[in-house]
Ligand binder design. Structure first.
Ligand code: ATP
Length: 230
């Protein structure tokens, strides 16, 4: 089994708040890997560190067995970078701008990305006519530019209505079928059970456990530890 991301003893504090305490886990290639935990457990902090937006105080991580670099970053798409769309421009124009600014992929990737996120028919509609679910699908389309091997999503279904939630979950499963590795933060146990193959459970910055979903979540003690707040 190949490892895409290896996290080794990461700790991170914001002043006196310790957001992550010596967290280690590995993300296998081809997995849909959930980082599960209640609000404030350190999920966003962990994603920020592995995307080089934040710096850990100690510990480290490798992508594809290498230190993070421009080369490794090219293989990673994320929603954190791409949520600023122009409201009065069409979806396709927004992706052209994202592509030009980020330098990820080429203009030819844009129609492919729109097709994958099922927005081809609405690609000429202005962004401000989109539902929240469509906006989120467009953000995922932007993350797909350059055909990255890994996608990192922070709570991708947050704030969506039930239809939007179902569509995003389905899209994540389809991307996994196409061979992408997906790393997603979630505070919903039910979502991780439905969508993810693997999970790391965080509570108050500590790793409770990590592994295959069917192994980890059949352990009732562990589910109870988390379920009290999730
Ligand atoms: P949420 O789902 O609410 O985003 P989370 O699991 O992603 O939660 P983090 O956002 O990583 O958790 O926060 C972990 C802890 O660090 C929390 O106690 C939070 O209040 C604190 N924290 C996060 N960012 C900052 C910051 N910039 N300054 C100070 N404290 C912070």
């Amino acid at each position: 089994m190949q490892t895409v991301l290896s996290i080794n003893g990461i700790s991170k504090s914001y002043g006196r708040i310790q957001a992550l305490k010596q967290v280690s886990f590995d993300v296998p290639k081809g997995s849909v890997f959930g980082i599960l935990g209640p609000n404030g457990s350190g999920k966003t902090t962990m994603l920020g560190i592995v995307l080089d937006v934040l710096q850990a105080n100690s510990g480290g991580f490798t992508w594809f067995g290498q230190p993070s670099s421009a080369d490794t970053r090219k293989k990673i798409g994320s929603l954190l970078e791409t949520s600023n769309f122009y409201h009065y421009l069409s979806a396709v124009d927004n992706l052209h701008i994202t592509q030009a600014i980020s330098g990820r992929g080429t203009a030819a990737d844009i129609d492919v990305a729109l097709e994958i996120v099922k927005l081809t028919e609405r690609k000429k509609s202005k962004f401000n006519t989109y539902s929240l679910g469509m906006k989120q699908r467009l953000a995922i389309g932007a993350a797909l530019l350059g055909n990255p091997e890994v996608l990192v999503f922070d709570e991708p279904t947050n704030g969506l209505d039930p239809v939007g939630i179902a569509e995003i979950r389905e899209l994540i499963k389809e991307l996994a079928k196409q061979g992408k590795t997906i790393i997603m933060a979630s505070h919903l146990l039910d979502e991780v059970e439905k969508v993810c193959t693997h999970v790391a459970i965080l509570k108050r910055g500590e790793l409770i456990t990590a592994g295959a979903v069917d192994e980890v979540l059949k352990n009732e003690d562990i589910v109870e530890v988390g379920a009290a707040d999730m």
